[in-house]
Design a protein. Structure first.
Length: 160
């Protein structure tokens, strides 16, 4: 119901689950006002399927400048075995501290699913978070990444 309600009642879309093809089908109805409602609905369902929380995915329906970006750790650097698990450990940090710090300073949401990393946010904020994640994958210490994020966040505060 948490997936169904925003799509049908707020966006006025028609939704059905095709069990044979194992996909969710969306289409406009007569009451649909927004021309990009189907695309927003598809992004909403994709975000939920990638692992974002339902409240974060609902933000895709409400705001126009939110995007999803996905990449794999092997796109940045080819890692295997213990080296790969250490890189993912650097990204997540102790009890998720590093991931939450990157999310809060860059105003994004991050999902780490095995070797795939998914980021939701505005275009500029995704770039900030992605640069921080890439430096962690390449082997930078979390302290060095924190200091870079601190300078970037202070610049962002000056701009607004």
């Amino acid at each position: 119901m948490k997936l169904y309600t925003p799509l049908v009642e707020n966006m006025k879309l028609q939704v059905r689950m095709n069990l044979k093809a194992k996909c969710v089908e969306l289409r406009n109805s007569e009451e649909t006002a927004d021309s990009g409602a189907v695309q927003k609905g598809a992004d909403f369902i994709k975000a939920y399927a990638l692992g974002f929380e339902i409240q974060d995915a609902i933000a895709l329906l409400r705001l126009d400048d939110l995007y999803l970006d996905s990449f794999e750790t092997k796109d940045i650097k080819t890692l295997h075995g213990d080296n790969l698990s250490r890189a993912i450990g650097r990204i997540v940090g102790k009890e998720g501290k590093t991931k939450f710090t990157i999310e809060n300073t860059s105003r994004t949401r991050i999902v780490v699913a095995d070797t795939k990393i998914h980021i939701m946010g505005s275009f500029q904020n995704i770039k900030i978070a992605r640069d921080a994640l890439i430096s962690l994958i390449m082997g930078a210490s979390p302290g060095k990444v924190y200091s870079k994020l601190r300078t970037i966040s202070s610049r962002m505060k000056e701009r607004f």
